[in-house]
Design a protein around this ligand. Sequence first.
Ligand SMILES: [Zn+2]
Ligand SMILES: [Zn+2]
Length: 91
Amino acid sequence: MRLPLDPQADDARRAWVACPGCDDARTCATCADRRNCRDHWRYLISNDGPVVHLQCPGCAHTWSLDTRPGVTRREDDAALSRPLSADTPPS
Ligand SMILES: [Zn+2]
Ligand SMILES: [Zn+2]
């Protein structure tokens, strides 16, 4: 069966995330260990900042994933400018 892969799909660009379409890695020990499994990976079609566009080679499901949910660059900068210790309450 030939899957309708995105023309930009390139098996040199891979991402190791669970597929919301088929969840084929659910019972895989390698994936559960968060290692780069040779059986379960997704095409990394493109990315737009922290948002990556993926396609599953198993079921051809396509989806987008925000790799930094809830974090904007501005908030990131503010976090970096704060001292690491947050023990003292704000004045
Ligand atoms: Zn899938
Ligand atoms: Zn796996």
